[in-house]
Design a protein around this ligand. Structure first.
Ligand SMILES: [Fe+2]
Ligand SMILES: [Fe+2]
Length: 152
């Protein structure tokens, strides 16, 4: 039990560091989405669109791996500690599936934007999907950080 707890603690620190890095990416994506504007002005601010695409790419290549590592290194060992933590771990796994679906919608919105020559609808959809993704991941990470603070 003591050994299991120490393994969890070392892994927890790694996950906590990933949460901090994730928050930095989300803050930059959130700020870029705030600057994302409609049709006519988009061409004046290609830098913002490029940033949204780049930060979206970072999340796409990195967030699924974070979820997988977290499930293996943190949620699985923590679930063995108590029934309450088992329930919490299950609910975090379920949220991972929802968050990955939101990430996939965001990627589709980016593709739609790229193929739709930045129509107002495509820009609006990209902004909406991006904002929902950022808010949802932030809420999820905040919940993990709060409920699993003893292991992080
Ligand atoms: Fe998570
Ligand atoms: Fe996490």
């Amino acid at each position: 039990m003591a050994m299991a707890a120490s393994v969890t603690h070392a892994s927890g620190r790694e996950i906590h560091k990933e949460h901090e890095e994730l928050e930095r990416v989300l803050a930059r994506l959130d700020a870029a989405l705030d600057r994302l504007v409609y049709y006519a002005e988009v061409f004046a601010d290609l830098h913002t669109v490029t940033q949204v695409r780049r930060l979206g790419g970072i999340l796409t290549s990195w967030f699924p791996d974070h979820c997988r590592r977290e499930e293996e290194l943190l949620l699985e060992p923590v679930a063995r500690v108590s029934n309450e933590l088992d329930t919490f771990s299950r609910s975090m796994r379920a949220e991972h599936i929802e968050l990955l679906a939101l990430l996939s919608s965001f990627r589709s919105a980016l593709e739609e934007y790229d193929s739709g020559e930045s129509s107002p609808a495509a820009v609006g959809n990209l902004k909406e999907c991006g904002k929902e993704l950022v808010a949802s991941i932030r809420a999820h990470v905040a919940l993990e950080e709060r409920e699993l603070s003893g292991f992080l």
